[in-house]
Design a protein around this ligand. Structure first.
Ligand code: HEC
Length: 152
């Protein structure tokens, strides 16, 4: 039994190390799927660009709280922290907004919930589009490491 487990674990580690996307990168948000990324670009331009920026650059001074106490929209490019989150979390935030378990109860945020405006498929597509901007080796390695350490 222990031997089987070890074999399974080493297969998993090997799968993470040979340049393939790590296990928890959701295939529905695959940045290498050009058709999906094209759909996502459109969804992004219509629904996200106004706040997160046409080039995913975020709002100015996005690290500084606004006078009303809320946070500005962060970038979705490599300069932001979107890439720190597993796909399932990004999907949940986009669909439901910053509500538990993604934020504390009664957390106030300008990030809308898109569940009533976008289909699940459109949300996965926009995530594929966002992820297609994450290309440097350092970032992809750090993301793979993060996903490996994230409980399922
Ligand atoms: C009305 C402005 C607005 C629009 C439109 C908007 N967002 Fe946001 N978004 C925000 C703000 C503001 C935050 C930061 C919220 C906070 O930290 O309280 C945010 C945060 C996020 C986060 C969390 C990022 C992180 O690193 O924690 C994700 C993911 C996200 N938005 C995705 C999207 C997607 C995808 C769309 C389009 C479908 C979109 N947003 C449209 C304002 C917006």
């Amino acid at each position: 039994m222990r031997r089987v487990l070890v074999l399974m674990l080493s297969a998993l580690v090997a799968a993470c190390n040979d340049g393939q996307p790590p296990a928890r990168d959701d295939p529905r948000a695959d940045p290498r799927d050009a058709a999906r990324v094209a759909v996502g670009a459109n969804v992004y331009a219509q629904n996200c660009a106004a706040c997160h920026g046409a080039k995913l650059e975020g709002q100015p001074n996005w690290r500084r709280r606004l006078p009303n106490g809320r946070m500005p929209a962060p970038p979705h490019n490599e300069g932001g922290h979107t890439w720190h989150h597993p796909d399932a979390v990004l999907f949940g935030i986009t669909k439901h907004g910053l509500v538990p378990p993604y934020a504390p109860n009664s957390y106030e945020s300008d990030m809308p919930a898109f569940g009533s405006r976008l289909s699940d498929d459109e949300i996965w597509a926009v995530l594929a589009y966002i992820k297609s901007h994450w290309t440097t080796r350092e970032l992809l390695d750090a993301r793979a490491q993060m996903l490996k350490n994230t409980p399922p």
